[in-house]
Design a protein around this ligand. Structure first.
Ligand SMILES: Cc1cc2nc3c(=O)[nH]c(=O)nc-3n(C[C@H](O)[C@H](O)[C@H](O)COP(=O)(O)O)c2cc1C
Length: 191
């Protein structure tokens, strides 16, 4: 599969088969992540891989965090649906920013700007992983609903660094249509 085909054909997958992903395949996906460009080549990404044997626990922790927010009257949006995806994904990779702490009270503008650079680099790493997975017939879902259980998940994963996202991977059990996109004309101004 060439790169443009992978970009065209990738979809967010929310139904996975139970077939495990071999470690060597996951390593290829993670390596693709590490090949992403990064501001000042800082390579701020850090990955924690949660496999099938730990997924029930991670979903329990996510639901615990969601329940705390719900009790405070927070609207959980799509989070409950996303928790169900996590529940059946053979692998979920949690992605952290090595250079930012979760709770940073006083940061100067330089740090704050570098944070923005690092988050862009991590976005590139995640997209590389999605495309590498697509190339190998593996579906993926980029997940930020994990923020509804931010503290609980960071604590369970033993992380004080900034959590950026989670990405679930598995062999697809659905073939969703392409979601609508704004046209190039709508989003571009040529000068
Ligand atoms: C930063 C980011 C966060 C996302 N978080 C979630 C999520 O928590 N749950 C979910 O079901 N989809 C999530 N998605 C997937 C988007 O809903 C999806 O990419 C979008 O609807 C376009 O569909 P497509 O990926 O199939 O092209 C996220 C995507 C991105 C890029």
């Amino acid at each position: 599969m060439n790169t443009l085909e992978a970009i065209e054909q990738r979809r967010s997958i929310r139904k996975f088969r139970d077939t495990p992903i071999p470690d060597e395949v996951m390593e290829k996906i993670l390596r693709a992540g590490t090949l992403a460009p990064s501001g000042k080549n800082r390579q701020p990404w850090r990955f924690i891989v949660v496999g099938q044997d730990k997924r029930a626990e991670i979903v329990r922790v996510m639901r615990e965090g969601m329940a705390h927010l719900k009790a405070q009257g927070v609207n959980l949006g799509s989070a409950e649906w996303t928790a169900k995806v996590l529940e059946q994904a053979p692998v979920t990779v949690f992605v952290f920013n090595e250079y930012a702490e979760y709770a940073q009270a006083h940061r100067d503008i330089g740090d704050a700007l570098m944070d923005t650079v690092d988050v862009q680099s991590i976005g590139a790493a995640i997209q590389n992983m999605l495309l590498a997975a697509q190339d190998m017939g593996i579906g993926s879902l980029w997940i930020c609903d994990v923020f509804y259980a931010y503290e609980e998940l960071c604590a369970w994963l033993g992380q004080t660094h900034q959590m950026i996202a989670a990405v679930s991977f598995g062999y697809p059990d659905e073939q969703p249509n392409a979601r609508p996109r704004k046209t190039v004309t709508e989003v571009t101004q040529w000068l």
